[in-house]
Unconditional design. Sequence first.
Length: 686
Amino acid sequence: MTPDNIEKLQSLLLSNHRDSVHQGLELLDTLATSTEEVCLSFGVEPLQSQEEWSVTFPNDSYLRLWLLGKLAEFDVPWIQSMTKLELHSEHIPLVPENIKNVMNLNVLSFRNNQLTSFPEILLYFTNLRELDLGMNQITSLPYDIGNLTYLTRLDLAQNQITSLPRSIENLTHLTVCNISGNQIGVVPDSLPKIKGLRELYLGSNRIVTLPISIGELTNLTILNLRENQLDVFPDNIGNLTSLRELDLGVNQITSLPDNIGSLTSIRELDLAQNRIASIPENIKKWTQLKVCNLWCNQITSLPKAFEHLTALVELDLWGNQFTSIPKVLDGLTNLTDLIMDNNPLQSMNRVQQRKELSNRNEKATIWGLLASEKLDSVNEGFRLLGRRTNSIEEICRFLHIKIPQSAKELQKCFPVNPHLRFALLDKILDFSLEVKETQTQEEIQIQNDSGALSKTSLGWLRELTELDLSHAQLSILPPVIRRFPHLTKLDISFNSIRFFPEELQNLTNLRELSLRNNNLISLPKWIGDLTHLHTFDLSENSSLYRFEHIGELSNLKTLLLSKSELSVLPDGFSRLSYLTQLDLSENHFSILPEVLVKITSLTELNVSKNEMYGLIENFWVINNLTNLTKLVLNSNRFTYLSKNVMQLTKLTTLEIQDNLISPRARKKIQQRLPNCNIIFDDLEEQ
């Protein structure tokens, strides 16, 4: 290709207009004769691996897929050896046809995208083993899906599919099939012909009845039919003797067949929210059953055969018609969680029954509260736990953990339930205040594996300086944070905090604070009390619009505000006289904020991925930033740079990738800044 062709292709492919991009793809498809020409047209270095390809065009997955398919035409070794392609949550509306050139794929996933129809180009991958198209908007399946005969896993959950083609019976190697969350009304009798199926998920559909042949799936270990419209328990399910998990909850079933007792491998059974009045007697062989969910039915008693279910751990009978606690449960020593709320227990011996039920349920109730996502519920769980013991050793033993010996160990406690972690921390702190200090720097330590506590040092806790609360699903900070006045570094990123936490006001020793990726809307005036703060990350707070008081942070040196939907900066910025590093990337600035004129201490400024075009009119702002050593202007559609940039004598790094600067303009910039490391489109030039 000629330089003119490449320049034209770049202008089309890097355009913001979709029509221009497609025009560029059509032109490139006819002109390119090598991988080098393809990559050059896209303005990227020749790609050497799948990892390098995966980070190209992060905001345009279709373009990235098309590039992969085009490169595959040239027998690129790393593409020929590529067996897995997973693109989740990429907003992909369709799959380019040239993806068929990546012919050795056996795992393919386009989960949680915007596909409205089954991409028929995928039918070319006849050696495919796993296909995941879940969480899209697909309404139907092509008949030829039956040609994917090597599939072992098929996930089509949460689409809008109304029926299954008969050809699905050809998927004879299928072991896992997930079609839950669709609009299927009829299960074809061809589906049970897949004899090797081990897991079948058909929940949240509109299924009224099942084919008789469902009983032929004798290798099934998991069957989920939850939230359908079944009114009769399928008799032939009793033939599925390998079943370990069966979920028929939230249907309209009124009775259970006698042959349900044939499910000798069953471990988890869910029949909640049906209309079942009784349980058959012949369930003696359910000796492996651990979890049985029968809540919200019309059951009045349990059969004597229940006494044989010795492995049972959890039994939920909430919302039935029991008048007393079934005596057949007395011998079930493994039963720790029994729920019988909302039953008409008789008034006779009511106190005794309530007491017995309370004793049985105490552990389950406490665990239910502690497992809650609500802080109030977790605190109530600890209050009830406190009735049993105030010993930290016994509390930790109840929670099946060892007493944490450091902030790092504490972080590992209950990673999916931060409220529980904070409540435990509060309890340990309370205990530490009760311990008489007989030595300096007392700490808690575990003397042996049983978790025995000794009155040695609590120093790690009392002198805690760093705390990571990121990814903790917090909407507010737990009050316990106030009890750590020595904190110097606090990470609260990736939560859902809307209002700046008042709990931070007393943490005057903070030096580093991250609130990245929250829902902050403003900063309080008292933020100036954090006089030692020198690094502040407010990136990815798209609702932040009132932060005039940022100027109260008189000692701030590093401020990160990327991806915050900003187009202007408040006047308070002018008071940040010690600021050296400022990140304003991925916002909506069309000109340089003039308030920067007064921040002469800046050494690093990042304004990449904004909306600056050509020679912006106020680049004179740069004149005052004479201490700048690094300036990042990537992805702003510049055609050339202002002479003001050329006068930054201390500049050592200038990044201007993904712009529209001509070769002639590049050469001029290099001549004006001979001592600066200038980066053009992934090519470093001195």
